[in-house]
Design a protein around this ligand. Structure first.
Ligand code: AP5
Length: 218
């Protein structure tokens, strides 16, 4: 299975990607997670990416494309992969197409999740994440059974720096300007499926499985 998840910040891409990857036994590659880890470690990539991420802007294409190309070289991508948050620009989509061609692979589906901006702001204000294992929670909609700690690894949960309301609104604007054009790009290629991301987590997961099991319209 080779699937791309697209959608505005906070729509639930990461939550669904984590669960789907477990259900299907494929690796989830989140460019946001890889970039945050690079920032945490202070690598040259992280140093360059940090100011863009803090501002709610996209990290320049050449940095992200190079990073994804490296990540796809790992053995764990052989059984398939789920790309969460890549591509985010037409240039990234074209680069991904070239990488897939070189590997003799093709995408199965591109899933676009959708929700109203107010749903998104509410979700991101209550999001908490594990800095150690990356598991994501919500204080009301998906609380950790271990309270303020991660139920998987026990680390203290944290709030992301870019989840402040002003930065979230900037990320939404950037999504509309730079990423939303991907919907038409992938619709033209017969790959796009749109899913209502404002439903409860389990309902979205059921709908996602239905979409991925259905034959692609020709
Ligand atoms: P990234 O980490 O990818 O952020 P994002 O796309 O803005 O998405 P989020 O992680 O904020 O949201 P999500 O849709 O995964 O929602 P989640 O499942 O967590 O990127 C961060 C930054 O890195 C970017 O701004 C950019 O700077 C850079 N970057 C990354 N990729 C890049 C690229 N390709 N090119 C250039 N720059 C790049 O859910 C949110 C909350 O809601 C959680 O608390 C969750 O528990 C809850 N929730 C989820 N689903 C539901 C539901 N159905 N009902 C109720 N609550 C729910």
């Amino acid at each position: 299975m080779r699937v791309v998840f697209v959608g505005p910040p906070g729509v639930g891409k990461g939550t669904q990607a984590q669960r789907l990857a477990e259900r299907r036994g494929v690796v989830k590659i989140s460019t946001g997670d890889v970039l945050r880890e690079a920032v945490r470690l202070g690598t040259p990539l992280g140093v360059r990416a940090k100011s863009f991420m803090d501002a709610g802007s996209l990290v320049p294409d050449e940095l992200v494309i190079g990073m994804l190309a490296e990540r796809l070289k790992a053995d764990d991508t052989r059984r398939g992969y789920l790309l969460d948050g890549f591509p985010r620009t037409i240039a990234q989509a074209e680069a991904l197409g070239a990488m897939l061609d070189a590997r003799g692979e093709a995408l199965d589906r591109v899933i676009a999740f959708e929700a109203d901006p107010e749903v998104i702001v509410d979700r991101l204000s209550g999001r908490r994440g594990c800095p150690r294992c990356g598991k994501v929670y919500h204080v009301r909609y998906d609380p950790s059974p271990a309270g303020a700690r991660c139920s998987a690894c026990g680390a203290d949960l944290v709030q992301r720096d870019d989840d402040r309301e002003s930065t979230v609104r900037r990320r939404l604007t950037v999504y509309q300007a730079e990423t939303a054009p991907l919907l038409a790009y992938y619709r033209e290629r017969g790959l796009l499926a749109q899913i209502d991301g404002s439903a409860p987590i389990e309902d979205v997961a059921v709908r996602l499985d239905e979409v991925l099991s259905a034959p692609r319209p020709v």
